[in-house]
Design a protein around this ligand. Structure first.
Ligand code: UD1
Ligand code: CA
Length: 493
């Protein structure tokens, strides 16, 4: 069930699309359902249904998922009812249904399997998963008869004061008998505070008909946490992050301070990689073996090979770093940045849609955008690709073994041939053939004594007589009177 808006989130985004550890919440339920039921999974969507469907498809589900629409969110019972047709169309009657809320991402497969086993062992019509959290407020309460059998589930808002004292809550995970489910749903009535068709009412309906209702209580209440608010979202995130860190440490990854390491659920990390404190690994990032990721770095949706070193304070998004590459500190790799084997990017270097060839280096203060740079290239400090003219972007191509001197501007589109050398301080506006030296800078002029004269003028003109004389002589030579000239030194610049 993933059709609700999630009012208590106070968000424009449907609750089930809120990411938990980088993954839309709904995917946890879809994944769990698929582990259990393979291709027989239907997801009820409604609010932002298109986006929810897109999120499911983008996740690359193990098997295709049936999407069912609930156009009006009339309650959880109504939501499940909408799935009747897609299951009917399968042409076989399913003996058992597992129903999951879309907002309980902490549930573990083993718990669901235990619930299913209990249901089958006890030949129940309905089996519910329950929990006893520290604070049961907000959840449906499990009302049991004296002998302990479950009688009904009462929603928090419909509960009497006595019922509110009950500590056992409904997690929102159910196993039901196939023949029982849809006939029971037909009998639901929205007689409650919210005017909704409650799925939870099927419990009382089963009891009424003398059918067996079973219940399993999760050992750790946190696992059954339903996310309704931002606080619960943060709490769930903490749990998943802890689990993810523990998982990667078990797999042979060193986390210097796991409490400050944030690893999204879909990240993959190789053995003997060392991750320093305050590192964030997001989305579908993969990191190879023996890498070092230093502090205050964020890596999103990127692929790192083996033995890659990322120094402190780097931002890496949709980039690829091959084996033995290294970056930072303070490197910014934007989408489409590629570092080939053993390439090196140093401090204050930004790359976007740019490839730095094998063993090439851009060690300091550069912007490399829309560029293809060959092997063994040295990009001098302060080199800039001028890739944008205000309207369009243009490419810079740099051949193998090129040396780009410091403070060079490469005005794209431009191609630098293999082995060429660009002298420092160049503004390159035309292609440079292979094996060529290009110099493109204003010729230097040296004016001896100019500096002290200028300083003297600025502080009130008390020049030593001898130097004044030289200056007057010089002016006479140029045919100008120093008497009328207000700022001769400046004019001569
Ligand atoms: C529900 C249970 C409650 C339980 C709690 C556990 C009911 C009536 N109550 O309450 O007993 O303790 O979960 O977290 O079921 N949804 C739809 N269509 C709708 C309404 C909801 O698809 O018309 C989906 C939501 O997207 C969500 C799930 O059903 O994924 C649960 O809905 P929510 O509104 O969060 O139910 P709770 O009030 O938390
Ligand atoms: Ca809920």
């Amino acid at each position: 069930m993933a059709a609700g808006l999630g009012k208590r989130m106070k968000s424009k985004l449907a609750k089930v699309l809120h990411p938990v550890a980088g993954r839309p919440m709904v995917l946890y339920a879809v994944d769990l359902a698929q582990q259990l039921a393979g291709e027989h999974v239907a997801v009820v969507v409604g609010y932002q249904g298109k986006e929810v469907r897109a999120a499911i498809e983008a996740s690359g589900p193990r098997q295709p998922v049936m999407i069912v629409e609930q156009t009006q969110q009339l309650g959880t019972g109504h939501a499940v009812q909408q799935a009747r047709d897609v299951f009917r169309r399968l042409g076989k009657s399913l003996s058992t249904y597992v129903i999951l809320n879309g907002d309980t991402p902490l549930l573990k497969p083993a718990t669901l399997q235990a619930l299913l086993r209990l249901h089958q062992e006890e030949r129940a019509a309905v089996t519910v998963l329950t929990a006893t959290p520290g604070n049961p407020a907000g959840y449906g309460r499990v009302v049991r008869a004296k002998g302990g059998r479950v009688q009904k589930i009462v929603e928090d808002r419909d509960a009497t004061d006595a019922e509110k004292q009950i500590g056992e809550i409904n997690v929102g995970t159910y196993v039901t008998d196939g023949a029982f489910l849809f006939t029971a749903l037909d009998r639901l009535r929205p007689r409650n505070v919210q005017g909704e068709y409650y799925l939870t009412d099927v419990v009382a309906l089963a009891v009424e008909r003398g059918l067996r209702v079973s219940a399993l209580t999760v050992r750790r209440a946190a696992e059954g946490m339903g996310i309704n608010s931002r606080e619960q979202l943060a709490a769930a995130e903490r749990v998943i992050r802890r689990r993810t860190c523990a998982h990667w440490m078990r797999e042979g990854v060193t986390l210097r301070n796991p409490a400050t390491t944030s690893i999204d659920a879909d990240v993959v990390i190789g053995r003997d990689t060392v991750i320093h404190p305050d590192v964030t690994l997001e989305g579908r990032t993969t990191i190879g073996e023996d890498c070092i990721i230093r502090s205050h770095t964020r890596i999103s949706d990127s692929a790192l090979g083996h033995r890659v070193v990322v120094q402190d304070h780097c931002v890496v998004r949709e980039a690829r770093l091959e084996d033995d590459a290294s970056i930072g500190p303070f490197a910014h790799l934007r989408p489409g940045a590629v570092l080939r084997r053993a390439a090196k990017v140093g401090n204050f270097v930004e790359m976007k849609k740019a490839e730095l060839g094998e063993g090439s280096k851009a060690n300091h203060l550069s912007y490399l955008g829309d560029a293809k740079i060959g092997k063994g290239v040295n990009i001098g400090a302060g080199t800039i690709t001028c890739n944008y003219d205000g309207h369009k972007k243009y490419d810079t191509v740099i051949g193998d073994d090129v040396f780009i001197g410091s403070d060079t501007q490469l005005v794209a589109p431009v191609t630098i041939g293999k082995g060429a050398v660009i002298a420092a301080g160049a503004t390159i506006t035309a292609d440079v053939p292979p094996d060529t030296l290009a110099i493109a800078r204003v010729q230097q002029i040296n004016r001896p004594g100019w500096a002290s004269r200028q300083r003297a003028l600025q502080t009130g003109g008390s020049l030593p007589p001898s130097r004044k004389l030289t200056s007057m002589k010089a002016d006479k030579v140029s045919g100008k009177s120093s008497g009328r000239d207000v700022k001769p030194a400046k004019r001569r610049l």
